[in-house]
Design a binder for this molecule. Structure first.
Ligand SMILES: NC(=O)c1ccc[n+]([C@@H]2O[C@H](COP(=O)([O-])OP(=O)(O)OC[C@H]3O[C@@H](n4cnc5c(N)ncnc54)[C@H](OP(=O)(O)O)[C@@H]3O)[C@@H](O)[C@H]2O)c1
Length: 218
């Protein structure tokens, strides 16, 4: 079961939709069960998926073996700290890109731990934190017919967890997954998100990144 902590926002709903379409069982978590129920109804209204359930964040953390964190950076610490025990031994995917928006300028927020993903690993010492999905637009995820022309760069200090998340990303049609090395590299992927968002703003576009020059299977 794949759980979403704060799965009621655009990124959580979009990823939940795509992974449910890929055949995964998904639970959408929220601080309020009623809000999760609304999000699940919206997902089911978007595509013919039955394998999506609503829950509180605490329930989602208990019931899932892989959790995606889809809350704003500012909310991450207060969300994860009380869930540390429930998340022990589980894969926790940080999609969090710490950015600020001021007068059309998008800037990366400097995180004391180096990255939001590193902060998550510090808060969850007994979980397998993986950084992924930062550069996938929620708008594109929410359009199941849209082919995602890009790669997800996946960083973690836990090889098995990283391989699992790479395989999961590749279940989304046309999305690639690239091993980005250790969790220490998550800071660069998170920072790149600020650059892509600025490019999007300048060009009135939704960009992704594709890593070229790799030897890929298939
Ligand atoms: N949007 C994108 O295109 C995109 C793309 C890539 C990565 N991301 C990353 O994905 C994450 C979520 O993005 P989003 O646009 O979906 O964010 P969002 O809509 O601002 O927030 C998502 C959910 O987080 C929960 N939340 C908000 N404040 C909270 C708090 N103080 N404590 C606990 N939960 C809180 C809320 O759920 P409840 O009220 O239901 O609890 C909310 O629906 C961000 O970190 C972002 O960097 C976003």
């Amino acid at each position: 079961m794949i759980g979403f902590l704060g799965g009621t926002g655009p990124e959580g709903r979009g990823l939940a939709l795509r992974l449910a379409l890929a055949g995964e069982r998904v639970v959408v978590g929220s601080r309020e069960l009623a809000k999760a129920e609304v999000a699940v109804a919206r997902i089911k209204g978007r595509a013919a998926v039955e394998n999506v359930l609503p829950a509180t964040n605490a329930q989602a953390a208990q019931e899932s073996d892989l959790l995606c964190v889809t809350v704003p950076y500012e909310a991450q610490a207060s969300l994860l700290s009380p869930l540390a025990q429930a998340l022990a031994g589980k894969v926790v995917v940080s999609t969090v890109a710490p950015v600020s928006f001021h007068d059309s300028v998008i800037e990366a927020i400097m995180v004391p731990e180096g990255s939001a993903a590193a902060q998550a690993q510090k808060l969850l010492p007994h979980s397998y934190v993986v950084a992924a999905f930062h550069n996938v637009s929620a708008v594109d995820l929410w359009s199941p017919g849209r082919l995602l022309d890009g790669d997800v760069v996946v960083c973690s200090d836990h090889q098995g967890a990283k391989a699992r998340v790479m395989a999961l990303a590749q279940k989304i049609p046309n999305l690639g997954a690239v091993d980005g090395g250790a969790l220490a590299n998550a800071r660069y992927v998170e920072g790149l998100t600020a650059l892509l968002l600025n490019i999007n703003h300048i060009h009135k576009a939704r960009t992704m990144m594709r890593v070229t020059g790799l030897h890929r299977e298939g």
